[in-house]
Every structure is written in C-alpha cells, then in structure tokens.
Design a protein around this ligand. Sequence first.
Ligand code: GDP
Ligand code: MG
Length: 172
Amino acid sequence: MTAMFKVVLLGDTSVGKTSILQRYAKGNFKKEQDATIGAHFMSKMVDLPQSNTQIKLQIWDTAGQEKYRSVTPIYFRDAAAAICVFDITNKQSLDNAERWIDDLRNSAPSHIIVALAGNKCDLFSNEEVSIQQGKEFALKHQVEIFQQTSAKEDTGINELFLKIASKIDKNK
Ligand code: GDP
Ligand code: MG
C-alpha cells in the first residue's frame, strides 16, 4: 500500500491554483477555469528516485472559498504540505500571501511543509515580482520551498511537487 499525503493549495483568487492542479494532475491547461467547482482534490503518484519509492499526493483546491479572503480551518486538517500561490505579474498577490501564510500557521499542523509558488512566469514581460523578491519573501516567512511556475507552459510544476514530495518522504 502506498502512503498518501494531503497537500493544500491557497492564495488569492486568479493566481492560478486550479490551473496548477489541473496541469499537474491532468496534464492540461484551460483559459477559463470554473471557480466554483466543488471543494475537491485530485490525487497523483510521485516517484522518488532518491529513495526508490512512490508516494501518493492528495492535492486539495480551495474551490473559490478564497474569494472571501479566508478558508475554513478544516481545510488544513491533516495536511502534510501547503502551497501558497501568488501571481508574479501581481505584487498585491504576494503581499496578500503574508495573510494566507499567517492563516496557515494558525490552523495547520505545526510540522506542515510550506511552499511558495510564483505562478504565471510565462508572463515575465509583465513581471512585478522577481525571483529574488520571491526568494526573499520565502526566507523572511520561513517558507522552505520556493518555485516559479507556469501552469500554462508547464514550467516548474513537476519540480514544485517533487520538492514537496521529497520533503514529505524525508520527514515521515
Ligand atoms: P485560481 O482562482 O487561483 O484557481 O486561478 P485559476 O486557475 O482559475 O486561473 C485564473 C486565470 O489565470 C485563468 O484565466 C487562467 O487561465 C490563468 N492562468 C493560470 N495559470 C496561468 C499561467 O501559468 N500563465 C498564464 N499566462 N495564465 C495563467
Ligand atoms: Mg480556482
């Protein structure tokens, strides 16, 4: 039997949470994601070459709750990892990540692994947050994984989940 771990996505509306999940679990990208599709998750097996094992990630999407600027604490229950997503073309979404991370630290298990994803890196010509600024934010907030991603172009998505799965595997 493969061990399964819960991973939750959070961050402002429109930063690309649903698109990241869709890209990772289904391998596709849609211009219009349905913001209201019910609270749900998708599962994906991850190969961990360094320990010659596989683990299963059960990745949860906020299903539009984030519009109300908070998610229910139950969402974080039993989570092994959380990914706070911002949009590199929207500085405000990084500023707001501070609140999402505070929420997380208040409601999530204390040993949770936290990752920060700077999404939409395909739109680098409209960049408002550099890689350096993303990394500094992560360091300042004790976020152990930082990754730039593009759900559209499939950049950094596998790397992001592989980093998370490797940390989960090390901690278990
Ligand atoms: P959510 O509200 O955080 O779940 O964001 P969505 O996944 O619904 O995405 C919001 C919008 O941003 C949609 O129009 C997506 O197509 C678009 N989007 C998401 N990820 C990317 C990306 O990596 N690059 C670009 N250019 N657009 C993206
Ligand atoms: Mg969504």
